[in-house]
Structures are given as C-alpha cells and as structure tokens.
Write a protein that binds this ligand. Structure first.
Ligand code: M5T
Ligand code: MG
Length: 584
C-alpha cells in the first residue's frame, strides 16, 4: 500500500488499480465459487443444447431404415425431454451466477469508491464537479454490474455455443469442422475490430452522460440563483445541448452495433455448411440423419449471433465505466492520513511560522503569517472580505496544506500529527454551515454518534439552540429539509455550536463572517460563542466588535499578510487600520 496514501482505511482487500480490465478481474476473482457455477452452467447448457440435434438426427435415421424402427422414438423423446429439463437447471445456474456476481461486484465497487471519495483531499473535491462524481458513483457502477449480467453471462454462454458444433461435428465427418471453425475465426476477428471501434464511442457515451449530469446537478443546486437571475431558459438551452450530445453518442453506438457483420456471417455459415454437408451426402460419406444433425448443430450459432450485437456493447460500456471509476479513484490524492503520526491528547497551543499559502490553481493567498496562541486563549481574526481569513484557519486542521512555512499544534507540525487525531480535536464551524437532511439531534450529534438525548439537549442549551428547537412540532426529531423545515443562518450557527459543545474539542475555529442578525438573536449567539470559547483555544473570524474586543489576541489580515497584531488597547494605539474599523 506504500504508493497509495491511506483513505481512512477500513481494512479491506486491496484491488489491482492499474487498469480497468485488471481491476474488474481482481474484483471478480474474489468470487471463484460463483464463477465456477457460471462456467459449469454455461458449458452444460450449451452441451445439452447440442444433444437435441444429435438425437433428432438419430431419430431420423431410425425412421429412414428400410423397415422403420419406431421403438427407439419414445426413449429418444424421453431423453430429449430429460436433457432439456436438466439444461433448464444449468441455465438457471448460469444466469443466477452471473446476476449474483454482478450484484456483489456492484456493491463492492460502490463501497470501494465511497471510501476512496471520503478519503480524498479538499483540493480534489473542490475541483471535481459533484454531478460527475454522482454519475460515476451511480450509473457507472451500475454499468459494471450490467457488464456481468447480462453482458459477460451471454458472452460466456455464446462462447460455448460456438465451441459445441466444433466439438460435435467430427462425430459425423472430420471435414465438417471447416464451417464452424471458419465461423469461429472470422467471428472473433470481427469482434476484435468491432470492440476497437466501439471503445471510443462507449467512452463518449459515458463521458457525455457524466457531463449532462454534472450540469443538471449544478443548476438544481443553484436553482435559487438561476431563478433569481431569470436564467431558466438559458439553463434549459444548455441542458438541451448536453442531452443532444448524449443522444448522438447513443445513436453512434447503435449505428456501430448495426454494422456488426455477425448476421451476415451466420447466414453464410448456414448456407456454406449445408452445401458442404450435401456434397458429402452425395459422395455417400453422410446419411440423412447426419445431415439433419449437423444442420441442427450449425443452427446453434444463432445464439452467439443474436447476443453478439448487444452483449459486447454491454461489456464495452462496462469497461468504459470501470475506467471512469478507476480514473476517479486513482486521481491525485495528496492527503496523507499519517496514521503513524502523533495521536496524543491536544493541549491546544497553535503557532504559525512564516506561513505562505496559495490554492493549487491560483496566486498567493497568504504570505509570511506568523503568530502564536497559548492553550485556552481566544484569537480574533479580522480583515476585509477576500483578505484570506477563511483560508488561514483552514490550514490548521489541514483542510489544505501550507505552501511555505509551517503550522505547529502543541509544538508539532500539523503534518506530523495523525490526521484523524488532529481533526477530531479541532472543531471547525464553517462560514456556510452544512446540515445533513437528518434529524436535528443527529445533526448535533454528528461528531459523536453515541451521544444520548440528554447530552444532545445539554449541548443545545449551552449553544442557545434549545429554545428554537422546541418550537418545532417534532422538537429534536425534526428532520431538516423535510416538509419545508429549513433553518436561518443564526439557527444553523447555533446548531453548529451545539455540535462543537458535544464533541468538546481542544481547539474551536469559528468562521463567523456573516453578521447582520437581529439584536436578540445576536445576543444569544454572543453568549453561545463565549460559552463555547471557555477552556479551549478559539480562532474566531468575526466582524462583531464586542467579540473582537474581548479576544486575547487580535490579528488584522490585509491582502494575505498580517497588518497588525495585539490586544484591543494596543491596537487602538498602534494600528491605524484597526482603529478605523472601530470608528466606522
Ligand atoms: C482569500 C481565494 C479567493 C480570495 C482568497 C476559499 C477559496 C478562496 N480563494 C481561492 O482561490 N479558492 C478557494 O477555494 O483566496 O479567500 P478567503 O480566505 O475565503 O477570504 P476571507 O475569508 O478573508 O473573505 P470573507 O469574504 O469570507 O470575509 O482571493 O479568491
Ligand atoms: Mg471567509
């Protein structure tokens, strides 16, 4: 595992991720039992299908004797009946095996992908459109399932149907091998070419679908903005273009399928085989029953012919999807969980040492930031919008990693901390608070799933959230997002604070850039925040003057640099920029 960074690993078998085929095979070979069932079913099914023409041929010969021998008919009929019942059982085994394999792989691949996604860095997630990820996690994973059932199921099934005439024909005359062997050779050559043509088309089908999906999810996510700007029509136009691209790709796929020469090949094989058999018959090398039996064997080739047009498309699509899933999982993952790192209890001392930072795509956001906070103290970070405040605090829990300098927590570089230990002891309340569509109590207990209702309520009390929660009919069991229950900014913030009270972190980071709340609520939030700051190191991004005033240290950020630093009294005297904030 040395080359693949940890992904918050739940220990699982490691799959071969170097190529789509290898990856799918490494998944499938976890299930040898099912594969063997599938193979036995497919082989048995084909063999027993071949038995029918052979027995029918024998029956003809019995009837065509100078004195017709009807006594063999009943046993032959019973034999045919018996073998076909058995064939049904084997066919069931084949289909059941393929379905089971498909479903199991779908589940495993979905798990593998989900774990991989959760383990990705924020850099990855901020660059990867959610809709596209969703398309991969749902449809593409489903395609891999369909690749096995019906795809590979029918491919294996048809393979044995091609083999059977080759195995059985020499029974009549060795020369009869010519037609089925020639069919098999041309069929496989045509197939290889067909799959090559199909590959870029399948890729295009999957990619255009992903793009359509990501546009759809984005415009639904931002539906308020779309409506607010009266841009519905423009969005619909864009969607139509995307949908047309998906349609075109599918049409090209259908077109390619239609051009596959299997049907022509089948027709030629039947005609040539029959002619050949008749010539041998004329030469006295075959009798009537054998010609009929042979003809029946050749008819078996219709199954591979019929399935070939779409079964291989299914496989091709499945492989395209597998490539897309793999590509996502293999994409740059620079988040190192550092399981071997420092995992001790945190005191909460934070030091920035000449920290510089820029987002992967852009210019420098922070430059040469240095400061130090003792455990339990409160730091207020102030500055204009876009100054880099949010970026600064996100470096502490390694949402992003510094570009220059270092950040020390308790004197240890954050990159030398065990990532889980670091993050679980730092609570971050973001600028825009995300709530899950779950109950209020689940949302509060998010960081501590085992919490009792009493603990949840106590946390809500401390966060001044209890009161408004009680106004909902369902109280703590109210599901957010259901039946129109949405929360205001101030309410969200207090839920997030309750979350923080419950996890009781050593470091609390609060990005409270939004203000403008009525004074009653303002007062509640003030109280909640100062209660939350008690006894832990707190980094507070805020515009609220009262909060800034009682901070132990105030850092004024300007264009990514520390413009001034100190407590209120000092700054009022020394910093013009700071004094200006209070004058306004
Ligand atoms: C500081 C840029 C942004 C700005 C600068 C989050 C984010 C920001 N930026 C990116 O390029 N990519 C990103 O993902 O970084 O931004 P900030 O740290 O968010 O500023 P702030 O928190 O001080 O501003 P505000 O408005 O929250 O008070 O140039 O373009
Ligand atoms: Mg911000």
């Amino acid at each position: 595992m040395s080359n693949s960074p940890a992904e918050f690993t739940i220990q699982r078998p490691v799959f071969e991720r170097s190529g789509a085929v290898r990856w799918v095979v490494s998944h499938a070979t976890q299930h040898w039992g099912i594969i063997i069932m599938l193979l036995i079913g497919a082989f048995g099914n084909a063999a027993l299908a071949a038995v029918v023409p052979l027995l029918v041929g024998d029956a003809f010969n019995a009837m065509l004797k100078p004195v017709a021998d009807t006594s063999v008919l009943l046993p032959l009929a019973l034999l045919i009946g018996g073998t076909q019942i058995l064939r049904g059982v084997l066919q069931l085994g084949r289909n059941f095996g393929a379905e089971l394999l498909g479903q199991r792989l779908e589940r495993e691949i979905r798990d593998e992908m989900y774990i991989s996604l959760l383990g990705k860095s924020m850099t990855f997630h901020s660059l990867q459109p959610v809709g596209d990820t969703m398309a991969r996690a749902t449809n593409d994973v489903r395609e891999v399932n369909l690749m096995f059932s019906p795809g590979i199921n029918l491919v294996i099934g048809s393979f044995f149907f091609i083999i059977m005439p080759i195995l059985a024909a020499p029974r009549y005359h060795p020369a009869l091998l010519v037609t089925p062997v020639a069919f098999a050779i041309v069929y496989f050559l045509a197939l290889v070419r067909y799959l090559k043509t199909l590959e870029p088309i399948s890729d295009e089908v999957r990619a255009s679908f992903g793009e359509m999906n990501s546009h759809l999810s984005e415009s639904l996510d931002g539906v308020e903005t779309v409506k607010g700007a009266a841009q519905e029509n423009a969005e619909v136009e864009k969607f139509i273009v995307n949908a047309a691209r998906v349609r075109d790709a599918f049409i090209r796929q259908g077109d390619t399928e239609a051009r596959f020469i299997a049907f022509l090949l089948y027709g030629i094989a039947i005609a040539a085989g029959l002619t050949h058999a008749l010539i041998l018959f004329r030469m006295g090398l075959l009798n009537t029953g054998q010609v009929i039996g042979y003809f029946g064997l050749l008819r078996m080739l219709d199954f591979p012919t019929f399935t070939s047009t779409w079964a291989y498309t299914q496989v091709s699509m499945g492989l395209s999807s597998a490539r897309r899933i793999l590509e996502l999982m293999n994409r740059e993952n620079n988040l190192d969980q550092n399981t071997a790192g420092d995992a001790g209890a945190m005191r909460g001392e934070i030091e920035f040492r000449n920290v510089g930072f820029g987002y992967p795509d852009g210019s420098t956001v922070l430059e040469n930031v240095s400061f130090r906070v003792k455990p339990g103290r409160t730091v207020a970070i102030v500055g204009q919008t876009g100054a880099g405040k949010t970026s600064l605090v996100k470096l502490v829990n390694r949402t992003y990693d510094v570009s220059n300098g270092k950040i020390l927590v308790d004197g240890v570089d954050v990159r030398d901390w065990n990532l889980a230990a670091l993050r679980s002891q730092i609570s971050m309340i973001e600028q825009d608070i995300f709530l899950f569509s779950r109950s209020i109590s689940d949302n509060i207990a998010f960081g501590r799933p085992g919490a009792t209702r009493a603990q949840v309520e106590a946390a809500a009390q401390a966060a001044q959230a209890h009161e408004f929660i009680e106004t909902f009919d369902q109280g703590y069991d109210t599901v957010i997002g259901e039946r129109g229950v949405t929360l205001s900014g101030g309410q969200r913030q207090r839920l997030a604070l309750a979350r923080a009270f419950l996890t009781d972190p050593r470091v609390l980071i609060l990005d409270d850039s939004t203000s403008a709340i009525d004074s009653a609520t303002e007062d509640k939030i003030q109280r909640a925040i100062s209660a939350a700051a008690q006894g832990r190191t707190t980094l507070l991004i805020t515009h609220r003057l009262s909060q800034i005033r009682w901070a132990d240290l105030i850092i004024v950020i300007r264009k990514g640099k520390v413009a001034a630093m100190g407590n209120h009294e000092e700054l009022m005297k020394t910093s013009e920029a700071y004094a200006r904030i209070f004058r306004e």
